[in-house]
Design a protein around this ligand. Structure first.
Ligand code: PEP
Length: 255
């Protein structure tokens, strides 16, 4: 399948930014700027902002996501939020395996898999993040690492459920650093992920899968990154906190 037939998805990851009032104001500012998008537009926001985000996005083309999900339905897991809780408040997407969760909060490939399954089983669309550190890139193991992270994250995910999966290739060295992968590096990473998915699910499923690039994508570099044959969208951190910048990335994905 050629890239034009895959869903292009631009998703913001707000990380630990914005109060509910700031959420309302930012989404109100974004709505008219992204209204003509010819791609899916998602904002993944902190848990406390979800209600404000869902309300502000009502009637627009912006979908709301969460930044994480726990893998159990309920119970003694202080500080965690279940997939059912997310769907109950209007969340449609969730991020799993973000490198900041892996780096600072002990997330492993195995827990990323469990969280991914929990999201999918609840009917959420799951944005699964994978990516190499600078050390791993220097060791020349990027492609193997991306294949391994992808296969473990998708363990027990059915071919049908794969239709609700988006993978984000996020080189750890490019996240929040201002250092962007070159368009060629981004495409190579995404192609390696697609090849790994092909091994498990076959060519048709791999060809249909939306694979984003994430890592300091901004209004200036988005068009080149998004023009790559295996780059089907972006996961955007810093630039998703500014309405105009984010809308320019959305416009670049819509061409
Ligand atoms: C991210 O948080 O997923 C991300 C890509 O951040 P940034 O765009 O700020 O590098």
């Amino acid at each position: 399948m050629d890239k034009a037939k895959r869903a292009a998805v631009i998703a913001g990851n707000w990380k630990m930014n914005n109060t509910p009032a700031q959420t309302t104001a930012l989404i109100e500012e974004m709505k008219p700027l992204v209204a003509d998008a010819d791609c899916d537009v998602v904002l993944c926001v902190p848990y406390v902002d979800i209600h404000a985000a869902v309300e502000a996005a009502k009637g627009s083309n912006i979908k709301i996501g969460a930044e994480n999900v726990h893998f159990k339905d309920k119970g003694a897991f202080t500080g965690e939020v279940s997939a059912e809780m997310l769907t109950a408040v209007g969340v449609e997407y969730v991020i799993t395996g973000h490198s900041e969760r892996r780096q600072y909060f002990g997330e492993t490939d195995e827990t990323v898999n469990l969280r991914t399954l929990a999201g999918l089983n609840a009917g959420l669309k799951v944005i699964v993040c994978v990516g190499e550190t600078l050390t791993q890139r220097k060791q020349g193991i990027t492609k193997e690492l991306l294949a391994m992270q992808t296969k473990i994250a998708l363990k027990d995910v059915t071919k049908e459920q794969l239709q609700n999966v988006i993978i984000a290739y996020e080189p750890v060295w490019a996240i929040g650093t201002g250092e962007t992968a070159t368009a060629q590096q981004a495409n190579e990473g995404n192609a390696a992920i697609r090849a790994a998915v092909c091994e498990v699910y076959g060519k048709d499923a791999a060809d249909a899968l939306t694979i984003q690039y994430g890592g300091s994508m901004n209004a200036a570099n988005a068009a080149e990154l998004l023009s790559q044959p295996d780059v089907d969208g972006g996961l955007i951190g810093g630039a998703s906190l500014k309405a105009v910048d984010f809308s320019k990335i959305v416009a670049a994905a819509s061409k």
